[in-house]
Design a protein around this ligand. Structure first.
Ligand SMILES: *Cc1c(COP(=O)(O)O)cnc(C)c1O
Length: 369
């Protein structure tokens, strides 16, 4: 079988090296003669794994000591609700910036839980009509007198392929949904009060969420909620209030080790920049492919594009698949194509894709609409 490059947006590909190691030790983990799936989360062996994962993530992201790292259930969307329930008790109010599908969904969940009075939203997208260019414009918050418990935003919109690279300054604590760009480039964690991410894009299998939370946020008044989503209780129990998703945790720990062995976030950032540049250059140098996001907001993780000859899209996907380039179909809500090129996607995979794109365009130059 030829190499398959999987461009799925999530659950996404994991590093081959990690998957091979997991396979090798599937039936005999840590010399125990059992799988890591079959040992107690309270065993000394699993606790060692948990401690190492915490240390490795702290080192990779330079997480300051006044932050807790939690490994929780429920992926990204569980945190949409957890954030609200942990911070908006006693009639608290939050500000949500919307920039695409996911930040919109987070705002909707907040409104569902506390009603429209508890949530303000600001649409930070700008759409130039002719030609269509999507970009982001963050307002200056300093002259706003509102008392918000937090400002929520999503720095990388996975569906739309829009990323916010500039640091946001806010008089309120910043909560960021980094599900699809955590660990993809260096960030200053101390600028955020809370960072959360569903694991299945850049970290590991689905179902797990990582939450990085600053100490003082634990003191905010809470709403009644399931104990497993209570940040304070999860901090006190070391993310083991109930049985955590242990296999997902193990794979995440292996991905952290893989990142460390491969030069950490600084190196992966370089690779990611290179991959995105290759693909956007290919798009910009063609007459067949178009991307409608302003250059400064083009996502490094999710590259969206359409074919100017729309009738060729099915053929494009089919031929790509025959070349081992799979899962390129865009999100059902926006159509077109999407190549998700998370940390685990090697530069070689993007080179194979751009080579195919050039060939496909050449073989269709005589095509008329
Ligand atoms: C995938 C994704 C989510 C949702 O994750 P689930 O684990 O499916 O709940 C939320 N936010 C962003 C930015 C995502 O990319």
């Amino acid at each position: 079988m030829t190499d398959v490059y999987n461009f799925c947006a999530g659950p996404a590909m994991l590093p081959a090296q990690v998957m091979k190691k997991a396979q090798k030790e599937l039936l005999n983990w840590d010399g125990l003669g059992t799988s890591v799936m079959e040992v107690s989360h309270r065993s000394s062996e699993f606790k060692k794994l948990a401690k190492q994962a915490d240390q490795d993530l702290r080192e990779l992201m330079s997480i300051p000591d006044n932050y807790h790292v939690l490994f929780m259930h429920g992926g990204g969307r569980a945190q949409f609700a957890a954030v609200v329930n942990n911070f908006l008790g006693s009639n608290g109010k939050a500000l949500y910036l919307t920039s695409g599908q996911w930040s919109q969904a987070a705002a909707e969940e907040a409104i569902r839980l506390v009603g429209p009075k508890g949530v303000d939203t600001i649409d930070v997208t700008k759409n130039e009509v002719e030609p269509v260019v999507k970009s982001i414009s963050i307002p200056d918050f300093n002259n706003m007198n509102d008392e918000y418990r937090y400002l929520h935003f999503c720095p990388n919109e996975t569906v739309d392929g829009i990323e916010i690279f500039d640091d946001i300054s806010s008089p309120w604590p910043i909560v960021a949904d980094m599900s699809s760009n955590i660990l993809s480039r260096q960030i200053d964690v101390s600028r955020y009060a809370v960072i959360y991410a569903g694991a299945q894009k850049n970290i590991g299998p689905s179902g797990l969420s990582i939450v990085i939370i600053r100490n003082d946020m634990l003191k905010l008044p809470k709403l009644p909620q399931a104990s497993i989503f209570n940040y304070q209780m999860q901090v006190e129990s070391g993310s083991m209030y109930n049985t955590p998703p242990t296999f997902a945790w193990y794979l995440a720990a292996e991905v952290f080790k893989w990142l460390k062995q491969n030069g950490g976030v600084a190196q992966i950032e370089e690779n990611n920049y290179k991959k995105a540049e290759l693909l956007y250059d290919c798009i910009d140098n063609s007459n067949l492919y178009v991307n409608d996001v302003a250059i400064e907001n083009r996502s490094w993780m999710n590259v969206t594009f359409k074919l100017t000859k729309g009738t060729l899209e099915t053929e494009f996907i089919e031929q790509a698949k025959n070349k081992g380039l799979v899962a390129l179909k865009g999100h059902r809500l926006v159509g077109g194509m999407r190549a998700s090129i998370y940390n685990a996607m090697p530069v070689k995979g993007v080179q194979a894709l751009t080579k195919f794109m050039v060939e496909f365009e050449e073989s269709n130059t005589n095509y008329s609409n």
